[in-house]
Design a protein around this ligand. Sequence first.
Ligand SMILES: [Zn+2]
Length: 447
Amino acid sequence: MGVILSTAALAIGLLPLQENFSEDLSFAPPAREVDGLLGVPMDIQSLSATLIFDLEARTKEATADLVFKVGETGYPIFDIRQNIRSATLDMKPIKPETISIFDMGPQSGTMRLLEWEIQAGAPSILQLAYDLETPDAPAARGALKREKGLFFSTNFTDLKPGRYLEQWFPSNLIYDRFAFELELQLKNAKHEHLIFTNAEVEEIGNHNWRLRWPPHTTAFSPMLVIAPKDDIEVSTKTVKLTKGQKVKVTVAQDNKSTGSLKSSHKKVAEALKDFSKTVGPWPHGNRCTVYVRNSSGSMEYDGATTTAYGAIRHEIFHSWFGRGVKPRSQNDAWWDEAWDVWFADGGRYSRMDFSKPGKAITLCGSNPWNRTTAGQSYGKGAQFFARVAHLIGEKKLRSIMSDFFQENALQTASTQEMEAFLIEKSGNSKLQALFNRYVYGQDDLSD
Ligand SMILES: [Zn+2]
C-alpha cells in the first residue's frame, strides 16, 4: 500500500520539493484512543486547495488535496469545520461519514478521525470536496454578501478552538508546518474585488489568483481578505528599516473603520521601525500586509494583520513574537501575548509589590491537545514578565528576548525552551521558581 500511495502522490505532483519539516511529528501530541481506534497525529506534507465563489449562482465550491504522513500506524487525526460532500483516499472514493467528528473537550473542541488505518511513513492523499459554508466553529463567520459583491476573511482567533485554517480547509494543530497553495476565483462579480493576503500572489486571470504560503506555514498563518474595491481604501508604501532592510507595506482600510489610511500607514511604519531596531530584523521577506477592519477584534498573521485601528502596534509586534517565532502548541501561546503586552503595549506593572508572592497561575497548561490560549496570558502574563524584569533587570530581559527571537525566527518554540534560554542567558536560576509559580501554576513556595 505504501508504495502505491507514494507513487500516487508523486504522480499528481503534490509532494513539495522543499523542506517539509519531518521533525514536526516529534512536537505532536501522543496517539490517543478514539472510539476504540488508535488516533494518531499527522504530519501534513502539503495542502493544495481551490475555492470558487460564483456571485451569480451563489455557490462557494471548495476542493482540498491533503498530502500527509503518520509517524505510527493508526487512524489520523486532523480537523476541518466544513461539511464534506465527497472524499477520496489515495484516489479511491470513501464515504464522508468515515471522516468522523469526535469531541475532545472544552479546550480542544471537536476534531476529525479518518477511520482508515494508515501505515507509518508513506505519504497518503486525502481529497475533499465541499461547499464553503459558515464554519461549524464557535462564533465563526462565513462569507458575507455586500452591496457591491462579497466580503470574506479567514478570520482566525486563538481564543476559541477550531478557529484557524481548519475553519475553511483541512488542517492540523500548530506544531505542524506545511506549504499551502490555493487557487481562488470569483466568478460573475459585477464589481471589482481586491484581495489582501500574506501569501505570494500570482494573478492568473480576472478575479483569479494563485496564492502560495511557504513551508513554515502553520494553521494560524494564512491571512486572506476579499473585499469589493469600493468598500476600501488601499495604498502601498516602502518603509526603510534598520540595516537597509526595505519592506513594502500595503494598508487596506475598510471605509467604515476609524482613523485615516494615512495615519494607519504612519502607525505601521513607526511600529516596524521600532521593533526592527529593538527586537531584530523583520522576518517576513519584503512585505507587510495590514487590513484595518471596521469592527473590534484584531488578529495577527505571519507578516500581516487584520486589526482595529487602535491595535495596530500590538498586532505588528506579533509578526516578531507569535508569528515570527511561533508558539509550538497552544499551551505555549501565552508568551507572545504576555511579551507583547509588556514590550509593545507598555504594560510594565513596575509598581507591583514584588516582595510578596502572588497567586499561582497556569498560563501554560499540560493538555497536549489544547487549542485555546489561556485568557490570563495578557495581564497576568505581562505581570510574569514584570517579575522577571524585577529579578534580572529590564535591559537584560529585553536583550535576551530579542536574542531568543533572532535564534528562533520562523521556527516554533516551546515554553520550556524559552525558560531554559532565559535561565542560561541571565545566569539566574531563580527564574525557574517564577516559571513554576506564574506560568505552570505550581502552588509551592519551597523553592
Ligand atoms: Zn495579541
